[in-house]
Design a protein around this ligand. Structure first.
Ligand SMILES: Nc1nc2c(ncn2[C@@H]2O[C@H](COP(=O)(O)OP(=O)(O)OP(=O)(O)O)[C@@H](O)[C@H]2O)c(=O)[nH]1
Ligand SMILES: [Mg+2]
Length: 660
């Protein structure tokens, strides 16, 4: 879903990049409002959602401030400059590589402790920064008061307050944009660690951050720096450095990383004691209680069912039913298609006529399917999905689902990308970056590509199975959940690697802002029209050419052992599978358009295509994120699995004699 966003390439540390005078980096904990602020400052749209890990890629935009052209960079959230996952590493590497004029640290004012932990590290790194206490509305409503002047004095840098969603304080923030003040905050880590810091510092290169901070990261056991160090002449010192680190550790009772964090938190807590007051009774009880209830093992089930039912009503009944009917039979059936038939009648070449309005016509097939069938379904799904995202319900849903998924050896964070996959698998595959372990990233990528249908597919699937019967829909659901479980469980046993513990942060419940929902839905629809619809057209053209040249017959013959013998479907169903390589939703629409199918055949077809190869966009992202080897292995596995499972499913359902 990132097609409309130009990515900013980082990794070059020069003075005035991107044709701008200065570079300013927005940085901070996850879900604190960085992207809202980025959008306000630059006017560029980036995704904003109420869950941690929304931004997984670096985004840039230019703005004029005080007569200077400033390049602003939005980064993924981080909790420490020592990265715990790929997205955190992306942000840390920007600090390392990009020569920023200043950093704007965006903080959640109701969670000062987490924020100051980063501030302290920025101070130690010698990076000039401004602290922005955002979400002041929520802090105030919880009775949190922060003495801004005192905080500014203690840290030695400017501190501003904002409420990004109400555009408050943004002017104040802008005024501090060009300040370039380094914090004076320091911590002493005790003789043992300090001595080794000194020894290591002498072996380090000159970079954008202080040698002391680089040394601190190394002593803390940060291996992610090795690659960077090896790219500098001082890389030859790496062995020596590692020897010092190991030697220091021998003399310490606990891990150096732990001791350093502990010292930092002591310092942070001292600052908090000096600047923050909290009225206990002002906690917003109702919201907190509701938030907890949504995650309750028993009470939380009701909202899950309610949300699913609501989604079914809006997306299934209204979008896939009423809207699709109207668009397909009235708008396209009575107006658009007849109009183009008439228009095309003026072209004297039958082949060209057919190209537009035949069985495989661009207008009668590609546009009718893309605009009349899939568009209303995804449109309504995006609205519901946006509401779920911004209310803060998604992470809570993740916690609910996680109770069942724990068996698979995936941690709480892994569920979030899987749920996001219901929106768009491609996007969700990128979100897998928030996971700390490689093993989990691979399992999530596999499950997304194999068994999590995206919004478009889900809508088309529900439309198709409901047309068969309610039983068919439930069987489909049961079968897919079964697949997610078994494949997830088995792959967690087979794929090597440790499982990591990482608890998903739960953001507060918020009333979604309608403007953000509208912007987000429009951006997603824009993405759909720009990236998905062309694939429908390409797919149709391919089918048309194959049909006209006889290639379609050959392919159907080739596929017939699988399609006809194994799945017991009519040979034309091969068309669906061919299109499945482009988009699975298109594949299902093609399958459903086949009027001669029995209910059992329909269901077998839908189940198999649901599991069938990921769409091209997802495949590209898989290659980009996981490397072509993993992507290829996953795709081959999925191809084999889909047919094997579909064949088995067909046998079982026929043997049991289920009436649909
Ligand atoms: N009440 C309130 N909500 C805010 C404020 N600023 C941002 N939000 C909301 O906080 C949520 C997170 O905003 P984002 O801009 O996506 O946060 P981010 O820091 O970019 O998050 P990541 O990219 O996940 O690290 C969204 O639901 C925003 O609408 C604020 O000042 N007050
Ligand atoms: Mg963001």
């Amino acid at each position: 879903m990132h097609g409309h966003q130009k990515r900013h390439r980082h990794g070059h540390g020069h003075g005035s990049p991107h044709g701008a005078d200065k570079t300013v980096i927005l940085l901070g904990n996850p879900n604190v409002g960085k992207s809202v602020i980025f959008g306000l400052l630059t006017g560029r749209y980036v995704t904003v959602s109420n869950y941690p890990g929304t931004t997984v890629e670096v985004m840039g935009g230019t703005v004029m401030i005080q007569g200077e052209k400033v390049f602003i960079i939005d980064t993924p959230g981080m909790n420490s400059l020592i990265p715990n996952s790929e997205d955190e590493r992306v942000s840390r590497d920007i600090i390392l590589n990009e020569k920023a004029h200043t950093v704007i640290q965006v903080a959640d004012a109701k969670n000062l402790r987490r924020a100051l932990f980063i501030s302290l590290q920025l101070a130690e790194a010698g990076v000039p920064f401004v602290l922005d206490l955002n979400m002041n509305d929520e802090a105030a409503s919880r009775g949190i008061r922060i003495n801004r002047e005192k905080l500014s004095v203690l840290l030695g840098i400017p501190v501003v307050e904002t409420i990004a969603t109400q555009r408050k304080g943004i002017r104040d923030l802008k005024q501090n944009f060009l300040s370039r003040i380094e914090s004076t905050q320091t911590v002493h880590y005790g003789a043992m660690i300090e001595n080794s810091l000194k020894a290591i510092q002498q072996l380090l290169p000159e970079t954008n951050i202080t040698r002391r901070f680089l040394a601190l990261m190394l002593v803390s056991g940060d291996k992610s720096l090795n690659e960077f160090l090896l790219s500098t002449p001082e890389g030859k010192n790496l062995d020596k450095i590692e020897a010092i680190v190991a030697d220091t550790q021998k003399h310490l009772s606990k891990s150096a990383g732990f001791l350093i964090s502990q010292k930092r938190y002591e310092e942070v807590d001292a600052v908090i004691d000096a600047v923050m007051e909290k009225d206990e009774e002002k906690d917003n009880e109702l919201k907190t209680k509701l938030g907890r209830m949504l995650m309750h093992p028993v009470w939380g089930i009701l909202p899950v069912v309610l949300v699913m039912y609501l989604t079914y009503l809006v997306v299934g009944v209204f979008g896939a039913g009423i809207c699709v009917d109207f668009l397909e039979s009235t708008v396209f059936g009575e107006w658009i298609n007849p109009f183009f038939s008439w228009l095309v009648g003026f072209i004297p070449v039958p082949l060209i006529q057919e190209f537009f309005i035949g069985d495989y016509g661009i207008i009668t097939m590609a546009l009718t399917y893309a605009i009349a069938i899939v568009l209303p379904i995804v449109g309504f799904f995006f609205i519901i999905f946006g509401l779920l995202e911004d209310s803060g319900y998604l992470p809570r849903l993740a916690i609910m689902v996680n109770r069942i998924f724990k068996v698979m050896g995936l941690n709480g964070k892994a569920i979030l990308p899987m749920i996001l996959g219901l929106g768009c698998d491609t996007m969700a595959t990128m979100t897998a970056r928030i996971l700390p372990g490689k093993k989990e990233r691979i399992i999530v990528t596999l499950l997304l590509a194999l068994a999590i249908p995206c919004s478009a597919q889900l809508g088309v699937i529900f439309g198709t199975t409901s047309a068969i019967s309610g039983t068919a829909t439930l069987i489909w659901l049961g079968v897919i959940i079964f697949v997610i479980f078994t494949v997830g469980f088995l792959s967690s046993k087979i794929i090597p690697g440790d499982k990591s513990d990482f608890i998903l942060e739960i953001p507060p419940l918020r009333v979604p802002k309608i403007s953000n929902i509208i912007i987000k839905t429009l951006a997603r629809l824009h993405w759909y029209l720009k990236e998905a619809v062309p694939l429908f057209v390409i797919g149709t053209v391919i089918l048309f050419i194959l049909y006209k040249t006889g290639g379609l017959k050959i392919l159907e013959d080739l596929a017939s052992p699988l399609v006809v013998n194994l799945l017991q479907l009519p040979r034309e169903a091969a068309e669906g599978f061919i299109m499945g390589f482009l988009r699975r939703d298109f594949a299902i629409v093609l399958l459903a358009a086949n009027s001669g199918l029995t209910p059992v055949q329909s269901l077998v077809g839908v189940v198999t295509i649901t599991l069938f190869v990921p769409c091209v966009a997802n495949l590209f992202i898989m290659i980009k994120e996981r490397g072509w080897k993993t992507a290829l292995l996953i795709t081959l596995f999925i191809f084999a699995f889909a047919f094997a499972f579909g064949g088995l499913f067909n046998l079982v359902i026929r043997a049991l004699g289920v009436t649909l």
